[in-house]
Design a protein around this ligand. Structure first.
Ligand SMILES: Cc1cc2nc3c(=O)[nH]c(=O)nc-3n(C[C@H](O)[C@H](O)[C@H](O)COP(=O)(O)OP(=O)(O)OC[C@H]3O[C@@H](n4cnc5c(N)ncnc54)[C@H](O)[C@@H]3O)c2cc1C
Length: 385
């Protein structure tokens, strides 16, 4: 179905958990809202992650508002369960998602947003919500170019399972949660070296019979904002759960824990602690960067090209954000916290977009949670995959 020529009130770019839960907030609002996503199935960003990925929060804490996460509440869901759950979420609330639609360029002209899609269509909207993901493009350091073509190189985004890597010695670069998990998995059948970065804090998965996140929610830690002193500290420490991921445990597993990767040449890699070795494969797990070159709105960016926002509200009227890492709190880019930012941004957007009676109606609708049959006037409800 074409949207060309339809004036939307709200265009949401990205239909992952952030875009979906944002649309859920506005499901009863009298707004013409449309989500678009370049993926062909809802949940694909989860589906395409490495095979052994299990979420760090139990099902009871991983649900978005309005729909329980199926399965044993205290168990930890697989990444495919997360994908199916999001698909069910979109169907349950008949959220208006159009898949297979990538926004190639977004700009603002005479007070309206224009989005050009890969199909050559132009969508026009009064407001836009960027929900295109916090962990979009893996960071691959320049050293990757110095490695010999014989060395197989994967990233945290292209790695699925150990079969993709050759027998022999594998270097994992980056010791965040992903790097450590993959190193742990590879160490069962390979010689693994792990290049570490800054000091990391590993938290217990469970405490006194409860999941660690249950305690963080209970104690209000998940509400600490990025602007508060404890929030800034938490952000700097960036702890992740998994006692088996402590460096001591990884060493016991046979993993060679080295310093920061300093240089690479041919098959040889050199670490900041002076050690060096030859490798057959490298997995880059050194973090992610945002890709926003398609957002052609200079006033929304700083001098480095990074999009500006405060709690999801950008300096450009009508342009919003959800689902960015630490958009506001530790929960901003994860399943158990994204809905809080979505609710805040939805309120801001409704206030900005509506006036008089329309504003009152939309506000009431946005406040009515747990009821309603979807967004009135939406363009194309998502039904089945
Ligand atoms: C390896 C890994 C493990 C994680 N583990 C957990 C975990 O255990 N628990 C947890 O809660 N969180 C976890 N997260 C964090 C977070 O929950 C996920 O990254 C989640 O996918 C974020 O959802 P999102 O909606 O913000 O972004 P995404 O899921 O990335 O969705 C963004 C969507 O936008 C679409 N898109 C992007 N650009 C465009 C465009 N120009 N036009 C159209 N569509 C576009 C993409 O196709 C995508 O579907 C993990 C993240 C990673 C990377």
């Amino acid at each position: 179905m074409t949207l060309e020529g339809h004036m939307l009130d709200v265009l949401v770019i990205g239909a992952g958990q952030a875009g979906l839960v944002f649309a859920w907030q506005l499901r009863d609002a009298p707004l013409r809202l449309q989500l678009v996503d370049r993926a062909h199935r809802i949940g694909d960003s989860w589906r395409h992650r490495y095979d052994s990925l299990v979420l760090f929060s139990p099902r009871s804490l991983s649900a978005l508002p309005g729909l329980p996460f199926p399965g044993e509440p205290e168990g930890y869901p697989t990444k495919d369960e997360a994908a199916e759950y999001l698909d069910a979420y979109a169907r349950t609330f008949r959220l208006p998602v159009r898949l297979g639609t990538e926004v190639r360029r977004l700009w603002k002209e005479e007070g309206l947003f224009h989005a050009e899609t890969d199909g050559g269509e132009r969508l026009v909207a009064r407001a836009v919500v960027l929900a295109a993901g916090a962990f979009q493009e893996p960071v691959v350091p320049g050293a990757a170019r110095e490695l010999s073509p014989e060395v197989v190189q994967l990233t945290a985004a292209t790695y699925r399972n150990p079969r993709q890597l050759p027998a022999g010695r594998i270097l994992v670069v980056g010791d965040g949660a992903t790097g450590r998990q993959v190193a742990y998995e590879l160490a069962r059948e390979r010689e693994v070296w792990l290049a570490t970065g800054r000091r990391r804090v590993v938290a217990p998965q469970r405490l006194l019979g409860r999941d660690g996140f249950w305690w963080l929610l209970r104690l209000g830690v998940m509400r600490w904002s990025r602007e508060s002193a404890p929030g800034r500290l938490l952000r700097r420490l960036d702890p992740f759960p998994g006692p088996h991921l402590r460096l001591r445990r990884l060493r016991r597993q046979g993993i060679r824990v080295a310093g920061r990767l300093r240089e690479a040449r041919g098959r040889r890699v050199v670490f900041a602690d002076g050690r060096s070795t030859e490798v057959d494969g490298v997995l880059w797990a050194a973090g992610y960067r945002e890709r926003n070159d398609w957002v052609d709105i200079p006033a929304a960016k700083d001098e480095t090209g990074r999009l500006l926002e405060r709690r999801g509200v950008t300096p450009v009227p009508g342009l919003y954000f959800v689902g960015r890492d630490w958009l506001w709190t530790r929960g901003s880019a994860v399943l158990l916290g994204v809905h809080r930012d979505a609710a805040y941004v939805a309120r801001k957007l409704v206030d900005a977009l509506t006036s008089g009676t329309a504003r009152r109606g939309a506000r009431t609708a946005a406040a009515q949670k747990g009821r309603g049959e979807g967004i009135q006037g939406c363009v194309a409800p998502y039904q089945t995959s």
